[in-house]
Design a protein around this ligand. Structure first.
Ligand code: ATP
Ligand code: MG
Length: 409
């Protein structure tokens, strides 16, 4: 049997990028031989094994054939006769279809190296269209390598367009889609992920609520970029530049969905878009079964981001309501993420990326002020039950009034 390094490990070494996980392909071996050597099978009918010591993935060389709709609709053929070239041709991109033996000798039948140099994400064969997940994968690689100058080859974008129009994207499960989306959002340029999905017509299938933002104007005085979709991409870009976590990036992506619902007659104003957007945010959250913390933050940022921007003008009672809505006493981190999402929203405006955002520290200070109110003295005064709650609120309001006065002095 011969063993080769394949996929991302080869690609990233040639790009001079750090290699984290290594995938291996085994040619000329049978399942029985692998088991005899102590490899542990990963799936029941899927020819992938874990190395007895390193735990890395070793896949038997295989061919694939489409046999139905969606990701499950594949039949695999793995046998000792399958060649390396036959295994590589089933892969998605040429830059992912190179193999390297233990002498560092490269096998590159589909010209991955040429495409690395040309900075092109190009499909290996027309069988690309057999797996809709590849639309998301290619968009994700585009987000990851945009900084190096990579773009999607026009022929590949065309295949992605065909896949998007075929209805196959709908066959993806929430779990598989979310895995790609969440990884893509954590790349260096997540806005490129959304842009590529849009370019190939996948965005209007997967997240039509975001597609709907393009072409919707906002008031130029506050939003020099005007277009709501362009704004959303910039907010996401800022979130990545500022190294925000997934929760914040997800919230940034969805914060303005309500603007897509505004009747044209009201443009460029978007009255109550925060509240109107909530049902859309909920729908997108549920479509991809986003994790709970992502779902929650997206809804809260959707509802309250304008409060964040107006923080310095808010009455103490409104500030208090905001803090209560976030349960800032028990969930300080979530409020901090809200503040950061608001700041990314403010920075995601053309020409205003560097403008300071004093609202952030003001909100942090307000949270601290409200949190300094302690329960113990109130208990000692004999408050309990709902009355205790009311007394706490009164004290916090007092603290916030003092805070606001001190801040404006
Ligand atoms: P990463 O750095 O994200 O791990 P990777 O290229 O190693 O990138 P993996 O998901 O680990 O990606 O997959 C390993 C290899 O398997 C890929 O390089 C590609 O050759 C192939 N591959 C994975 N998923 C698909 C797919 N859906 N269609 C075709 N080929 C795929
Ligand atoms: Mg990998």
């Amino acid at each position: 049997m011969q063993i080769y390094k394949v996929g991302g490990a080869v690609r990233d070494r040639l790009l001079g990028k750090p290699v984290t996980d290594i995938d291996w392909v085994v040619v000329g071996a049978s399942t029985e031989e692998m088991l005899a050597k102590g490899y542990r099978p990963v799936g029941a009918d899927f020819p992938v094994f874990l190395h007895p010591k390193s735990g890395e993935e070793y896949a038997l060389a295989r061919t694939e054939r489409k046999s139905g709709r969606g990701y499950g609709g594949f039949t695999f053929h793995a046998s000792p006769e399958v060649t390396l070239e036959e295994d590589l041709i089933r892969r998605d991109l040429t830059i992912n279809a190179m193999a390297e033996d233990d002498h560092g000798q490269l096998t590159d039948p589909y010209h991955g190296q040429r495409d690395l140099e040309a900075r092109l994400l190009r499909h290996v064969s027309p069988a690309f269209t057999e797996d809709p997940l590849r639309v998301l994968r290619v968009a994700r690689f585009a987000a990851r390598y945009a900084g190096l100058g990579f773009t999607v080859a026009p022929e590949t974008l065309e295949l992605m367009r065909q896949l998007s129009e075929s209805g196959e994207l709908e066959a993806l499960t929430a779990e598989r889609s979310w895995k790609e989306i969440s990884r893509a959002l954590m790349e260096d340029q997540p806005q490129v992920f959304i842009q590529v999905l849009r370019d190939c017509g996948a965005l209007k299938v997967l997240i039509p609520e975001i597609e709907a933002l393009f072409g919707v104007p906002q008031p130029e005085a506050h939003h020099p970029e005007i277009d709501s979709g362009v704004h959303t991409l910039s907010v996401l870009e800022q979130a990545a530049l500022h190294k925000q976590p997934l929760t914040v990036r997800w919230a940034c992506l969805l914060h303005d969905l309500g603007k897509g619902l505004t009747p044209e007659s009201q443009w460029p104003q978007h009255i109550a878009h925060e509240h109107k957007g909530l049902k859309l945010i909920k729908a997108v959250n549920e479509r991809f079964k986003a994790p709970r913390d992502c779902q929650e933050l997206a809804l809260l940022v959707g509802e309250y981001h304008t409060h964040g921007h107006r923080a310095l003008e808010l009455r103490p009672s409104t500030l208090l309501e905001l803090l209560q809505s976030f349960d800032v006493y028990r969930r300080p981190q979530r409020f901090e993420e809200f503040i950061n999402a608001c700041e990314m929203d403010a920075r995601g405006r053309k020409g205003l990326e560097q403008r300071s955002y004093p609202q952030a520290d003001y909100l942090r200070g307000a949270a601290t002020a409200a949190r300094t109110v302690v329960v113990q003295p109130l208990l000692e005064q004999g408050f309990k039950g709902p009355e205790l709650g009311e007394a706490l609120k009164r004290e916090r309001l007092k603290a916030l009034k003092a805070y606001k006065e001190a801040a404006s002095a």
